[in-house]
Design a protein around this ligand. Structure first.
Ligand SMILES: [Zn+2]
Length: 847
């Protein structure tokens, strides 16, 4: 296999011009200003790679500047897809959030003109140091992916967002991204590093590595203003682009605003603004405000490039925005020269660029759409094709054939598209096509195989680094213009028209004939509860019949375990109820469900549809399963009032084990109503997010005084809407324990918290997830007792994760323990300890 025959995702991505990116609004032809901008870019032969850890780390101001002002090919390598964060626009978390953020990064790049890459690393949550991060990521594999991206993309310069020399000052993922980037910078050029890659790519040595510093690394804007900048260079990223009608910083803000699930919509900046960089590697003899100084970015860097550079110069000077087709003769001449370039790498890239420019100058438009949004292997679909050339052309333009190899569509048309006499004639065809029985189902390639905390599994080395999968089907459009042969590609999409919106495009997906889902991701059983779970089966083909089979882990009693199913129309759904009970010997495990169709095929996938306006619709298929958790739990009191803060799933987690939970709104918080509850729990960041809560503090404290238990979960001290979070003085810090296996020491084993109604032992602190806790209390009045101590490696004991203070006849608790992660994940020890918290005021009256 050589570089010309492999169909690597990454190579496809590398050659994909930005204008092909298709959004929910469909494709748009470049206007005349944009065409000229593309011609100017054609005249630059160079590349830059920006490196950081997460979606949103990237400095869109610099990426846009490099792409639109310096006009080099620019890419962002984000080591993770940001799977560990919060979602401000919907319910998706973890791997599904990673899918959203992947698309948001692609939307940001489509705005700022960059390309996007990733590694296999995943965002497993916060870590304080690169040491912690690199214990969980597989450092070798992340480096391998970075080297792969560098050898594919061949950047002249690399830019790190973070400082590799200051571990512990920011998220461990951040510092790790910079440390690994410094290593990858050297390794990419070393033929003994990852030699398997050399079957597909050559070694590559970037010339320079920079660190993109900012005031943030100095603590404040004032400190940065005073700092010694003799070792830094700066560029003005406020430049205005008249061809695009936007300032660079406006483009950057529009790109950054694509990070909607992180709430990063931002206002648009205009005017002069400096961006600062420090040289980390490589030499830079001529320190001007030019990161590429002394590096050749013109066609002169390529053998036989000189003439092409001169031709592109003339193209730029002679371009007529009112008649872009006047540039076609010279464009075709230039293309001929590009085809003869000895350098195969730049030949491919520049050919793709000039072909896009030619397409825009002819006003060529192609569209391939399917009537159905999804289809199954074996199904027949209706495909519509449209082709039109809207500008006159100097030679005969023929559409020779349309090929969609996966769908066995191959037409030889020899249709004249753009002869002067027939300019602007729209051509449409309709075809029936059958999807092969062996076609793979669509799901993001990094989620296809089971993965671990820290790393996704991508066995095919050629898929690594790519932001997403190629489309299910692509049409190849073969054209002849004079003596030139062109091949354009266009993805098959689904198109519908919504009367309130207009055209809506979405990727076309191949799915299984049926998908199966459980309503809950986790079911928690305390003792011998019998629970009813709902299983839904949805047909994704015209009809499906067979059986739904439930497979339980050992020791569980499930009834029934089998259902006959017969669904008669596509997208219809039927629901079944099963009763689940833990038998005597039941241990926690996974419950599976699958449809066995009449031919005996098993379909055990659940389908998540991720649908937002700013990104193309995404489908994610994962095995249908729900986790059954068996735990021994005693409860004392069962009526809990819950005040929801920033949003968490604790109320339903408590309901699962039999608590009666009422969500309390402002109007329910009266002394009389609160008297009904055994405990009141305040949701995460409630004092940061709820305006009215501070006004209810006196009623809540009065509730404690009369004998109630009030449990306040973590808040941040920044934007705290009260100065009295507890009945006695208490200050919230930024202390956290991120290692979920860090030993937890009980400071007073005799305290009711560890004894009533559940006896808490060391084992109760095992199998926790993600972290121990965050935003612990930092300083507190002596009337509070800290009851747990824990610390991350190399740090002193942190005592503020759980404070208890008697107040009147009741008890107040402040706790930074991450209950909002442990309870929904079904961690048994966390449930037992939380049940004891809820019982605190009753335990006071126990003998
Ligand atoms: Zn980050």
């Amino acid at each position: 296999m050589n570089i010309n025959t492999i169909s690597s995702h990454l190579l496809i991505v590398l050659l994909l011009p930005i204008s092909l990116m298709v959004s929910a609004q469909g494709q748009r032809q470049a206007d005349a200003g944009e065409i000229l901008h593309k011609i100017q870019k054609l005249n630059i032969v160079g590349s830059a790679l920006y490196v950081a850890a997460h979606p949103d780390d990237e400095n869109t101001r610099l990426i846009s500047y490099l792409s639109n002002e310096t006009k080099v090919r620019t890419a962002y390598l984000s080591l993770t897809r940001g799977d560990g964060g919060q979602n401000l626009i919907g319910p998706e978390l973890r791997e599904k959030l990673g899918v959203i953020r992947t698309q948001e990064l692609l939307a940001a790049r489509a705005t700022d003109g960059g390309q996007q890459f990733f590694s296999r690393a995943n965002d497993f949550g916060y870590s304080k140091t690169p040491k912690e991060t690199l214990n969980i990521w597989d450092e070798e594999k992340v480096l391998e992916d970075m080297v792969w991206v560098i050898r594919n993309f061949k950047p002249d310069i690399m830019i790190n967002r973070f400082d590799h020399r200051t571990p512990g000052t920011t998220h461990g993922h951040h510092t790790s991204s910079a440390m690994l980037s410094v290593k990858a910078f050297e390794l990419a050029a070393d033929s003994s590093a990852y030699p398997n890659q050399l079957k597909y790519v050559d070694v590559w040595q970037p010339s320079r590595l920079f660190f993109n510093t900012s005031w943030w690394f100095y603590g404040s804007r004032e400190k940065f203003a005073e700092a010694d900048k003799s070792k830094l260079t700066s560029v003005d990223i406020g430049v205005y682009y008249p061809l695009l009608g936007l300032s660079n910083n406006e483009i950057a803000a529009l790109a950054r605003s694509q990070h909607k699930c992180q709430g990063f919509g931002t206002d648009l900046d205009r005017g002069e603004q400096s961006e600062y960089l420090e040289l980390i590697k490589g030499n830079w003899p001529n320190r001007q405000k030019d990161l590429f100084s002394d590096l050749e970015l013109s066609w002169n860097r390529l053998e036989n490039g000189l003439t092409i550079g001169q031709m592109v110069q003339i193209l730029e000077e002679s371009f007529n925005p009112a008649a872009p087709e006047e540039s076609l003769p010279l464009l075709l001449e230039t293309r001929k020269q590009i085809l003869e370039l000895p350098d195969p790498y730049w030949r491919k890239i520049k050919l793709a660029e000039i072909d896009e420019i030619i397409k825009a100058c002819i006003g060529l438009y192609f569209e391939f759409t399917a009537e159905e949004a999804t289809a199954c292997p074996g199904a027949t679909i209706e495909v519509a094709m449209e082709a039109i050339a809207r500008n006159p052309v100097p030679h005969k333009l023929t559409l020779d054939s349309l090929v969609i190899s996966g769908l066995s569509i191959d037409t030889s048309m020899h249709l004249t598209l753009g002869e002067l006499a027939r300019v602007n004639q729209d051509h449409k065809w309709y075809h029936q096509a059958t999807i092969s029985e062996n076609e793979d189902y669509a799901t993001p390639y990094w989620l296809e195989y089971p993965w671990q905390q820290g790393m996704y599994t991508v066995p095919d080395p050629l898929k690594r680094g790519a932001p997403e999968d190629p489309p299910a089907y692509e049409a190849e459009i073969h054209l002849t213009l004079g003596e030139h042969n062109f091949t354009y590609t266009e993805p098959l999409q689904h198109k519908k028209v919504d009367p309130a919106i207009g055209e809506i495009y979405s990727p076309f997906y191949i799915t299984p004939p049926a998908v199966v889902s459980f309503e809950e991701e986790v079911l928690v059983f305390a003792d011998d509860q019998v629970k009813t779970a709902r299983v839904k089966v949805k047909a994704l083909q015209d009809s499906i019949s067979g059986q739904l089979k439930i497979t339980a882990p050992k020791g569980w009693v499930i009834q029934p375990q089998e259902f006959d199913i017969a669904i008669q129309s596509k997208y219809d759904e039927v629901a079944f109820e099963i009763k689940i009970q833990a038998g005597k010997k039941a241990t926690s495990g996974d419950l599976f469900a699958a449809v066995i169709d009449e031919s005996g095929k098993r379909h055990g996938y659940q389908l998540s549809e991720i649908n937002y306006d700013h990104i193309p619709k995404q489908l994610v298929l994962l095995p249908t399963q729900t986790r059954l958790i068996q735990l021994e739990l005693e409860k004392a009191g069962d009526k809990v009032g819950y005040i929801m803060g920033a949003g968490d799933e604790i109320p339903s987690a408590l309901q699962q084990v039999g608590y009666e939970v009422e969500l309390l709104e402002e109007e329910n918080i009266t002394a009389a109503h609160l008297a009904d509850f055994d405990a009141i729990v305040i949701g995460i960041r409630a004092y940061n997010t709820i305006e009215w809560l501070n006004r209810k503090q006196s009623i809540l404290f009065e509730y404690i005084e009369k004998g109630g238990t009030l449990i306040t979960q973590y808040n941040t001290s920044y934007r705290l809407k009260t100065d009295q979070i507890g009945p006695y003085p208490l200050k919230i810090s930024r202390e956290r324990v991120t290692d979920e296996t860090a030993p937890m020491k009980m400071l007073d084993e005799k305290h009711p918290l560890f004894n009533y109604p559940n006896l808490i032992e060391e084992e109760d602190f095992s199998n926790w997830v993600q972290e121990r806790g965050l935003y612990f209390a930092g300083e507190w009045d002596e009337r509070y007792s800290p009851l747990l101590s824990a610390h991350d490696e190399g740090e002193p004991d942190r005592l503020g994760s759980l404070l208890i203070a008697p107040y009147g006849k009741g008890v107040f608790v402040y706790t930074g323990i991450s209950w909002f992660r442990q309870l929904p994940a079904g961690v048994p020890g966390a449930y037992r300890l939380f049940a004891n918290l809820l019982a605190l005021s009753q335990s006071q009256t126990q003998p």
